[in-house]
Every structure is written in structure tokens, then in C-alpha cells.
Design a protein around this ligand. Structure first.
Ligand code: HEC
Length: 131
């Protein structure tokens, strides 16, 4: 009879290492708020938001401008998270593609007074109406 029990501790150790979450925000410098805003800028571009809402949320053919949303009192953080998670009439829901942390970062970005620019990327730039 071959006993395989000796292999289990190795597998268990591997699982622990693999499942350890890498803190994404550790990649960014600055204050916690600034870090969240920067992470949000990156997500805004990489999750496809910019595809509809334009680069930096200036607005595009498929989505409205989001640059002044921070001044709109009807757009509370919970209203924003509802919009992002559940989508809207023409906006798809993102509940399956953003984590709680990412959601908070996106909202921090949308509410930022001075929206940080994400580092240059390979995403195609949408030709949105420039301010
Ligand atoms: C397929 C295009 C599309 C994508 C992708 C998209 N949106 Fe939208 N978004 C819209 C449209 C269209 C609206 C207008 C309301 C509606 O139809 O849902 C909207 C509305 C919003 C609003 C409310 C603003 C307002 O005045 O109505 C917020 C906030 C928002 N989007 C954030 C995001 C974020 C953050 C992402 C990425 C995670 C994203 N959107 C991705 C199309 C899109």
C-alpha cells in the first residue's frame, strides 16, 4: 500500500502561499486617499469605464461625463456604488468584475477633486469631447 500522506503538508503550504492576497495599493505612494484615487484612475481605464465615459471620465459617445459628478449631491457614494455594481439603462453591471476594494477605489477616483492621471497604457484613447 502506497501512503501519500507526506505530500499533504506540501500542498497545504502551497495553497497558503498562493491564496495570500497581494495588496494592490502597496504599489502606489502618497496618502491613503491619494493612493485610492490613483488606484481608481488605473481601474477606470483598465476596467473599461473609459471606453464609454472617455479618458478621465470626460464623456464619450456611449457614456455621460463624470468629471463634475463629485459636485452633484444626488450622486452619493452609495448611489455610485449601486450604479457601478448594478449598472444602469445602458451601463453594464460590474458586480462580477470589481472587488470591494476596487469599488472603493473607483468611487474615491470619481469623488477626487483633482483626478490623478493613470500612468500611460496601451488602451486605445477614446476621442471624447475635450474640455
Ligand atoms: C458600455 C458603456 C459603459 C461602461 C463600460 C461604463 N459605463 Fe458608466 N454609464 C454608462 C451610461 C450609458 C450611463 C448613463 C446612465 C445609464 O444608462 O446607466 C452611465 C452612468 C454612470 C454613472 C452615473 C453618472 C450619471 O450621470 O448618470 C457613473 C458614476 C458611472 N457610469 C460610472 C462608471 C464606472 C466607474 C465604470 C467602470 C467600472 C463605468 N461607468 C462603465 C455607460 C457605461
Amino acid at each position: 500500500m502506497v501512503q501519500n500522506y507526506r505530500i499533504f503538508p506540501c500542498i497545504a503550504a502551497l495553497l497558503v502561499v498562493c491564496l495570500m492576497p497581494a495588496p494592490a495599493h502597496a504599489l502606489f505612494g502618497g496618502s491613503k486617499k491619494k493612493k485610492e484615487e490613483k488606484a481608481g484612475a488605473l481601474l477606470f481605464r483598465d476596467k473599461g469605464c473609459a471606453h464609454c465615459h472617455g479618458v478621465a471620465g470626460v464623456g464619450g459617445k456611449k457614456g455621460p461625463t463624470l468629471t463634475s459628478i463629485r459636485k452633484d449631491k444626488t450622486w452619493t457614494p452609495s448611489h455610485m456604488s449601486d450604479q457601478i455594481l448594478n449598472g444602469g439603462k445602458k451601463m453594464p453591471p460590474f458586480s462580477d468584475s470589481v472587488t470591494d476594494d476596487e469599488l472603493a477605489q473607483l468611487i474615491a477616483y470619481l469623488r477626487a477633486k483633482h483626478k490623478p492621471a493613470p500612468p500611460p497604457g496601451t488602451e486605445p484613447q477614446t476621442t471624447a469631447a475635450q474640455r
